[in-house]
Ligand binder design. Sequence first.
Ligand SMILES: N[C@@H](CCC(=O)N[C@@H](CS)C(=O)NCC(=O)O)C(=O)O
Length: 215
Amino acid sequence: MKPQLIIGNYSYSSWSLRPWIFASHLGIDLEVIRLPMRTPEWKTRIAGLSPTKTVPALHHDGLVVWDSLAVLEYLAEQFAAKHAWPQDKNARATARAASCEMHSGFTALRGTMPMYCRGARAMPAMTEALEADITRIDKLWSENLSLYGGPWLFGEFCIADAMFAPVASRFKTYNAPLSKAAQRYVDQWFEQSAMHKWYQLAEAEVERIDSYEQQ
Ligand SMILES: N[C@@H](CCC(=O)N[C@@H](CS)C(=O)NCC(=O)O)C(=O)O
């Protein structure tokens, strides 16, 4: 049986984008079950699909994995081992640290620059916290792109790239001020057919959540 990936709205669900784009970029065959958030369908079905009532979640052979980073690890282990983490031990440790930092941090960025895949938006007011998040991500990307030679953060495409794909999306939507190297990384994401496909699916969505639509 194909793994089933439960995701939220293409337009808004940044956590869903991570495993979806990893699978799509690497050609891993999944059945995608889209559950639009804050709808009667979501309320009825989410508890049966995800123990935390959040997306993404992955169902495969009776197993349920309910966190985006854990889903990425599982998909890589089962279907794309060479794209899990870099071969080099130092690159691997750094890629893991960067992924964990992304998973648990950048709250100002998440709060004030929500992912939105149906058009451009103005940058929100630059607070100290938001500037610190953007500066930190820019430094992390630029340093590793330079150290490992690109085009992905650690040379070859790996889980860390999937973890940061929603940030690339946010930076594009809000036209965030970035260094040349960080901007090149954002642009590189938007040269990928998998990213184009996600945006096409977002464009085709009919559901709207007011709080995500109002800036
Ligand atoms: N730590 C979780 C967080 C997932 C999460 O918060 N997902 C959001 C959507 S992007 C969600 O399901 N929210 C539930 C809701 O809005 O009711 C992960 O990495 O998968």
